[in-house]
Design a protein around this ligand. Sequence first.
Ligand code: AHR
Length: 338
Amino acid sequence: MVAALAAAMAAVFLWGCGAFQDIRPQAEEAADERIYIQDNGEMVIVGFSQIGSESIWRTANTNSIQRALTKERGYFLITDNARQKQENQIKAIRRYISQRVDYIVLSPITESGWDTVLEEAREAGIPVILADRCVDADASLYTTWVGTDSFQEGEKAGRWLEENLKEKNRLYEDINIVILQGTPGSSAERGRTEGFASVASRYGNWHILDCQSGDFTTAKGKEIMEQFLASYPDIDVVVSQNDDMTFGAMEAIAEAGLTMGVGGDIALISFDAVKEALELVRKGKINVDIECNPEQGEYIHRVIQKLEQGLAVEKAYEVEEMVFTYRNVTEYLDKRTY
Ligand code: AHR
């Protein structure tokens, strides 16, 4: 294991040192080809700092990046799993800088605390591509961002509730809401909380009884939902900021002897739209699932292709996302791979 790691590191150093001789521009569409063909056969080294593996979504996101940045396309990809700790991500970035990788892909656990290490990457001349979540650092400290608009996701959740209550003629009734939040301080948590609040604030009769973090995990989601149920006897709506927490919340609700979903005691609004959750949407157990698209690898590949060709890239690339209810979910279910 240690020997294999040492060999990989040595390879990284060797590949990392040369300058590219010949850049052959390619059409963006030629995604299956190598990023470009070089006389000396050098590869493009990418250090990827992933947050962890807290959710089904996260694993799908890691897979998407690993599927896109392959050896066949000319990449040497080093992936680090930070196990939910920002300090591990910072260590990984420093390691990538000392290994002189060509690009750093960072999926930042929280928004704040990145300025120093991003400054170090800039001084080393290594472009940083942010993936999935955002940072609150100066935009000059990273090259581009490929991810999802969490505020818009939260807003979509609020608008769904608005429409649903309208359909039932309940828009002006008192509605009790609890929110299972994701990792505190992450752009996914902040965006979804603020986006939902932007709609909720228009209705004095929507009462947000409580917001607690379930850390984007099933176990914590269940634990927090149990506390909500013990504290609030009349919950109408659960806004759960990812599917994994929703699975935990569903267990807690069932154990409390209540029903959920379409026509149930408690309406469930979830985020991510992984296959397992979409099955539950189809069955009417989850009312709505706001998609957060983990398929970001191809976008990152295309960004690197452009940069390798010396072309300018945008400061932000948003992946496409949908909203699923029992009305539209069936046609998408078969195509879901994660
Ligand atoms: O940042 C995206 C969020 O992180 C997803 O909603 C969640 O499942 C993941 O862990």
